[in-house]
Design a protein around this ligand. Structure first.
Ligand SMILES: Cc1cc2nc3c(=O)[nH]c(=O)nc-3n(C[C@H](O)[C@H](O)[C@H](O)COP(=O)(O)O)c2cc1C
Length: 198
């Protein structure tokens, strides 16, 4: 059975990001996949220390972080999954801070010894696993997709873990209600969208 790992960086229970990820998970499960959703807000991980201890050894084997928290468990799940959903709302033109904190701890996926100017992705040559991106914003979706940093940051996360983006769902004009409900047109889109992953 295909294992899908969804990593959701929304702060809000039952917000648009949660509803989008849940709807995607339901569609994927109907198509026979097994979906695990990680809510980063329930998964405490520390900030990266920028010590680069994890980036010093070359090769495809991931580096080891000096911080012993639940990030390792998350990395094990990433490695075991066949494909991904990466989700974060847009806050101040970017992914949420909690998603950024998760991203920075993915430094273990880079080889960057002290004599190198920049990092190399350990998984750059790996077989590509598929990933779907999910975000939402107050602005129209097209603006969110083209002008905010969120899309770029979600894409960078996908590249870092050795996967490739097969679709992105940006739901815009969604912030005028305290408890917004996922519009029917988005629910319909999600059903088709899920098929790109599996
Ligand atoms: C602190 C904060 C900052 C935000 N910044 C932006 C922004 O820069 N651009 C935008 O279009 N929407 C922005 N929004 C709106 C959210 O992206 C939008 O409400 C989103 O759907 C929230 O996701 P959620 O429903 O999963 O909580 C912001 C919301 C908050 C609370």
């Amino acid at each position: 059975m295909i294992k899908v790992l969804a990593i959701n960086g929304s702060y809000r229970g039952d917000g648009i990001t949660d509803q989008s990820v849940e709807a995607l998970a339901q569609a994927l499960e109907l198509d026979g996949a097994e979906v695990e959703i990680i809510l980063l807000r329930e998964h405490p991980i520390e900030f990266c220390l920028n010590c680069r201890a994890c980036t010093q050894k070359p090769g495809e084997v991931l580096g080891k972080c000096v911080i012993h928290d639940s990030m390792q468990e998350l990395i094990d799940k990433i490695e075991k999954a066949d494909c991904y959903i990466l989700a974060a709302p847009t806050n101040f033109g970017s992914v949420t801070a909690i998603f950024k904190r998760f991203m920075e701890r993915l430094a273990v996926y880079a080889y960057w010894s002290w004599d190198m100017n920049g990092p190399q992705f350990r998984k750059a040559q790996a077989t590509k696993k598929k990933a779907l991106l999910v975000s939402s914003c107050a602005a129209p979706g097209i603006l969110g997709r083209c002008f905010f940093g969120t899309g770029k940051q979600l894409k960078m996360t996908v590249k870092t873990i050795g996967a490739e983006v097969v679709g992105s769902l940006f739901t815009g004009m969604i912030a005028k209600q305290q408890h917004p409900k996922l519009p029917e047109r988005v629910k319909t889109k999600i059903k088709a969208f899920a098929k790109r992953l599996i």
